[in-house]
Design a protein around this ligand. Structure first.
Ligand code: CDP
Length: 135
């Protein structure tokens, strides 16, 4: 792993859905759906960064769990990782995204098949499908 880290949240609900957020920018990925998150700042660990990002982007408090196995080397020396999370305070709303959506595993598969998921995040599809279909 090199450079700076970007952390995304695999936020799951008690009824086995996954929270996806639709990006507004930049043009290459605008309209596509991602696991919400952002860059880890100096002095933060990934879990702290994710809690901060999800407060800023979704207006919720989350409890952060373990890391998903896969990571992605993005451009600009950024490494993208994901952490499991669940909401412990608030109702998510799209502060910085255009929309939010809680998806089932079937909906996730359909969105992936139609190219609606941001490219980097597709590495997590197998892990996400396993976890959310398992309830
Ligand atoms: O909010 P901040 O500017 O810190 O981060 P961001 O712009 O949301 O994400 C930084 C980089 O990670 C961008 O290149 C995003 O496209 C990428 N990213 C991603 O590929 N998948 C995610 N789930 C989150 C971010």
């Amino acid at each position: 792993m090199s450079g700076r880290m970007v952390v995304a949240g695999a936020v799951t609900s008690a009824d086995g859905r996954l929270l996806l957020a639709q990006r507004r920018y930049p043009p290459e990925v605008a309209g596509l759906w991602e696991l919400p998150g952002g860059k880890v700042e100096e002095g933060e660990d990934p879990a702290q960064a994710l809690r901060r990002e999800l407060r800023e982007e979704l207006d919720v408090d989350v409890e952060v769990g373990t890391r998903l196995e896969r990571s992605v080397e993005l451009a600009h020396d950024l490494t993208l990782v994901a952490l499991w999370a669940r909401i412990v305070g608030g109702e998510p709303r799209a502060v910085e995204h255009s929309r939010l959506r809680w998806v089932t595993v079937d909906e996730l598969d359909e969105m992936a098949a139609s190219g609606a998921i941001v490219p980097a995040d597709t590495v997590w599809l197998p892990e996400l499908s396993l976890r959310i279909s398992g309830g």
